[in-house]
Write a protein that binds this ligand. Structure first.
Ligand SMILES: Nc1ncnc2c1ncn2[C@@H]1O[C@H](COP(=O)(O)OP(=O)(O)O)[C@@H](O)[C@H]1O
Ligand SMILES: [Mg+2]
Length: 585
């Protein structure tokens, strides 16, 4: 809450203005009954006078005056309330906007490590639900707190000014209403929380089943899925029912208690009026005050509920805002005009977490224009090396140099611009095929995109599609095959025309014939560029200048294909086992 208040401090002046208007508006409406009461008294006295025969007229000019006064008070109150609401909506929407913007900017500054360990839905829910909760509280509850507190105090003052005895009697109902409000809030809060939890479960379940519906169907999981959904939905139903019923009960119960007070005040008021210690108008005003006394108390009880939710939401938002960020860019980053493409790894040591070192001591020098193959069993650390080169993660010790400069001396953006990358899991987004290829270089012309697609051997396939290059890929890219996705990302890399090329099992989902075709195109692309190729099928990397054989995070052998075969070690074993299985097939 303190942090939230600090966040609000840049709106200090506006919030003070809001407070002033809210207080003014409330005070104006509180004074109303007391003044109006004078009119009633005058009217009553006039009528009494007529009956008793002591006077013949009722002072209508006085009454008219009073009514105009009251009317203008209520008008002022409404006007102030309106202005206050207008400013507060602006402030709270502005804060919401800033929160969302800050979170979005923060997401871009987070290291990849954070995303490895968090659920996408979690971050998403902070950007949407939690910020929404904050925005609603700011917009509604803040002014409600101010008006409720001012109303309670103001009404009390007015009541005491009329009659302390009647005030004390009506105050007797407060402890009673407090207890009942507390009982109801405690019960309903339990069900509110349950409702929120199960709403999350229902959402999560639907999302999971929607995303994975092929798997679910393949394993005949429909019945199980429906059963699970029913359990969640039933609990949601009963908790929502109870919470809504309980919170709906609050108003009638409070009305009843208010009415008890009303009866007590009426009896006492009648008695006092007979004893002539109080005027009729004051009784009327007092009864109005008693009526408007219980409502702000109920409101405050509800708000304390809302504030707890707000605190929880604010905590989740600020927790995210305080997460460790990427190491800041170097203060005087290097800019390179042209890059030769010398890459050097010097005793690189790295682990995704400190306890488990994945790369132990990796050293290698790659000369410009060389084609480097990295091979090794699954989990050896091949992809990790690539991620380190692109500085997706920072290494624990050692150094990675490009053209003799430590990669930490560049900005991350500049560094990544040097590389063109095609990954194992082809990343495409919701957009047309044309847009997806153009992501490699945003200012490329349509002709350049087509040329890149031709080079990646995907042009023919795209042209057989009904919408061709304008086919919209859906979010999960289920409308084209895995192999076709990879070809599109290869076309993207062709278009980007980078200094250093990285292909991480880029052709693993493509048939052998297409692979041979792409190989030719890629040999063209790689000519004169430093390139890293990670491939499963060792036959495709035979012509590499240097093959680094990795196992368990270290280079166990290196050399050319012929040298490594002649050496008869780990590589020869890998190669022969693939060659044999190819023969058997
Ligand atoms: N994001 C990650 N967080 C933690 N451990 C990871 C992560 N990515 C990979 N690893 C681990 O690092 C090791 C090397 O993985 P990787 O470089 O992807 O292997 P591969 O040679 O198959 O490409 C594996 O043991 C893997 O479990
Ligand atoms: Mg890999």
């Amino acid at each position: 809450m303190l942090k939230l208040i600090k966040y609000l401090s840049s709106y200090k002046i506006l919030i003070i203005v809001v407070m002033v208007f809210a207080i003014a508006s409330t005070v104006a409406s509180i004074v109303g009954p007391k003044i109006l009461g004078k009119a009633t008294t005058k009217l009553f006295e006039g009528v009494l006078g007529k009956i008793a025969g002591t006077s013949t007229t009722i002072d209508f000019a006085y009454i008219e005056n009073i009514i105009i006064q009251t009317l203008s008070l209520y008008l002022v109150s409404t006007l102030f309330g309106y202005i206050q609401g207008w400013i507060m909506s602006g402030v709270s929407m502005d804060i919401t906007y800033r929160f969302r913007k800050d979170i979005a900017a923060k997401i871009n500054r987070m290291p990849l490590k954070y995303f490895d360990g968090t659920n996408q839905g979690e971050v998403l829910s902070r950007v949407t639900n939690d910020v929404d909760t904050l925005s609603q509280t700011l917009n509604q509850s803040m002014t409600q707190i101010i008006t409720s507190v001012v109303t309670v105090i103001g009404v009390l003052v007015m009541m005491f000014s009329i009659s302390w005895m009647m005030t004390l009697v009506s105050l007797l109902i407060i402890p009673l209403s407090m207890v009942i409000v507390m009982l109801i809030v405690r019960q309903s809060q339990k069900y509110f929380k349950q409702q929120q939890d199960y709403l999350g479960h229902v959402n999560g379940h639907v999302e999971e089943m929607y995303g994975g519906h092929v798997v679910m169907k393949a394993f005949s999981g429909e019945a199980r899925s429906v059963e699970k959904f029913d359990t969640y939905n039933n609990t949601l139903y009963s908790s929502a029912w109870k919470s809504q019923f309980l919170s709906g009960m609050m108003m009638p119960v409070m009305m009843f208690i208010g009415n008890l007070g009303y009866v007590a005040v009426s009896i006492l008021g009648g008695y006092l009026a007979i004893k002539k210690t109080i005027t009729i108008g004051d009784i009327q005003a007092f009864i109005q005050y008693v009526r408007s006394f219980t409502q702000p108390i109920t409101q405050l009880a509800n708000i304390s509920n809302v504030l707890q939710q707000t605190a929880a939401a604010a905590e989740r938002v600020f927790e995210f805002m305080n997460e460790d960020e990427e190491i800041p860019e170097s203060s005087e980053p290097l800019t390179l005009q042209s890059v030769n493409g010398i890459v050097e790894f010097k005793n690189v040591r790295f682990g995704y977490n400190p306890e488990k070192i994945v790369i132990k001591n990796f050293s290698a020098v790659i000369h410009p224009g060389q084609k480097i193959a990295i091979v090794g069993p699954t989990g050896a650390g091949k992809t990790t090396i690539v991620k380190l080169l692109m500085r997706f993660y920072d290494i624990n010790s050692g150094a990675i140099l490009v053209d003799g400069h430590n990669i930490n001396d560049f900005t991350r953006g500049d560094l990544r611009c040097l590389f063109g990358m095609v990954l194992q899991d082809a990343w495409l987004y919701n957009g047309t095929i044309l847009e997806n290829i153009r992501y490699g270089r945003m200012n490329a012309s349509d002709e350049e995109v087509y040329a890149a697609a031709k080079a990646a051997r995907v042009d023919h396939f795209v042209r057989t599609l009904s919408d061709g290059y304008n086919l919209v890929l859906n979010e999960e890219t289920t409308n084209i095959s895995q192999g076709q996705m990879q070809l599109l990302t290869i076309a993207r890399a062709f278009l980007a025309d980078p200094s250093i090329l990285i292909l991480d099992e880029a052709t693993s989902s493509v048939d052998t014939r297409t692979e041979v075709l792409i190989q030719e195109a890629m040999d063209n692309l790689m000519r004169g560029r430093t390139s890293f190729i990670i491939a499963h099928r060792l036959s495709t990397i035979r012509n590499a200048n240097l093959i680094l054989v990795m196992n368990e995070g270290d280079i166990v052998e290196q050399g050319s294909h012929e040298e490594l075969l002649a050496h008869g070690g780990f590589y020869a074993e890998l190669y022969n086992s693939q060659f044999e299985s190819a023969l058997v097939n």
